[in-house]
Design a protein around this ligand. Structure first.
Ligand code: A3P
Length: 333
């Protein structure tokens, strides 16, 4: 942590002094920046992203709060957009070279704040080759804090993937325990639960993150597509159809009639398939920490695993909180 703080710009260090702070999940502190909680390094890259990013009309932005299925969404969108260049069939010869078989999805669709604008870098994104259009980026930044041209544009598309808060909490707790340095004390579920319900979680409060994108998707459905992890699990075909149409890469009549391509994309991007790939078992894509391995991105991939962790009181508390926060919004789980 100290090493990390040393690498921050003077501007960012000064800013931190003025921000409210709380104990963090995997770092000593989280800071409240533009209304949401995040780590010093993230603040620095978000400022840089807000200052330097300029959208192109065809850009696609994938947005999530951490542990909602970001890796899955990246894989699905990559496979859909690139299906002519890279046919997804898991059996045919031509598909042996599919990038998803040898690269982790995070290496195919970069995070704005963890990769492109991380560590004081200002990437030259104008050099994106034309055959990489649309440029596809990912972010955890809440809607109001996206760079202005993304929000203003009529054509830049945003896909938000939302997961029920119970599973997101459990997934986050497991993940943060892995990333948490040994110098920090143990992190109990009780503690995580309390912080989560108080809104103190990376990019949270979770309800504000979800509602920010939800409300925008109601106002501008052609710009923001709001998907749910549980819905995709339950009916992958209709969700992929909706996603492909939204992105401007609709499945053709033949593709839909045969249904093969859609099934193949679903299979290629499935938890079981990705988890077993060499690159995801032994590789490293993310720069969360020196020791971070891709395998930690694939834990269980199930809906409802929270029942194994939360006691009845916790379930009641979190349910009440959700009812209160989501009341009247139309968003429910
Ligand atoms: P669990 O911890 O509940 O297993 P993110 O990608 O945003 O970090 O989210 C991680 C969660 O998505 C983890 O949930 C992980 O197992 C699950 N996940 C990863 N790949 C998936 C896939 N291809 N399909 C469904 N879930 C997936």
């Amino acid at each position: 942590e100290e090493e990390e703080l040393k690498l921050l710009s003077q501007e960012c260090k000064e800013l931190l002094l003025s921000l409210p702070k709380e104990k963090g999940w995997r770092t000593p502190f989280l800071y409240q920046f533009q209304g949401f909680w995040c780590q010093p390094k993230e603040i620095q890259s978000i400022i840089s992203f807000q200052k330097h990013f300029k959208s192109r009309e065809s850009d696609v932005i994938l947005a999530t709060i951490p542990k909602s299925g970001t890796t899955w969404l990246k894989a699905l969108v990559f496979a859909i957009i690139n299906r002519r260049r890279f046919p997804p069939a898991t059996t045919s010869d031509t598909s042996r070279n599919h990038p998803l078989l040898t690269s982790n999805p995070h290496d195919l669709v970069p995070f704005l704040e963890y990769k492109l604008y991380a560590n004081n870098q200002v990437p030259d994104l104008s050099k994106f080759p034309d055959d990489d259009e649309p440029r596809t980026f990912a972010t955890h930044v809440p809607y109001p804090s996206l760079e202005e041209s993304i929000k203003k544009s009529e054509s830049v598309k945003i896909v938000y993937l939302c997961r029920n808060p119970f599973d997101t909490l459990i997934s986050s707790w497991h993940f943060m325990k892995i990333l948490r340095p040994e110098s920090l004390p143990q992190f109990s579920l009780e503690e995580a639960f309390k912080m989560y319900c108080n809104g103190i979680v990376g990019f949270g409060p979770f309800w504000e993150h979800m509602l920010g994108y939800w409300n925008e998707s109601l106002k501008r459905p052609e710009k923001v597509l709001f998907l749910k992890y549980e819905d995709i699990k339950e009916d992958v075909v209709s969700n992929l159809k909706e996603l492909a149409s939204f992105l401007g890469f609709p499945f053709s009549v033949e593709e839909e009639r045969e249904g093969v391509v859609i099934q193949e994309i679903a299979k290629l991007c499935s938890f079981d398939k990705l988890k077993e790939l060499e690159v995801n078992k032994y590789g490293k894509a993310m720069t969360f920490s020196k020791h971070f391995e891709n395998k930690h991105l694939f834990r269980k991939g199930e809906v409802g695993d929270w029942v194994n962790y939360l006691n009845p009181l916790m379930v009641k508390q979190l349910s009440q909180l959700m009812e209160e926060k989501f009341m009247g919004s139309g968003l429910s789980f």
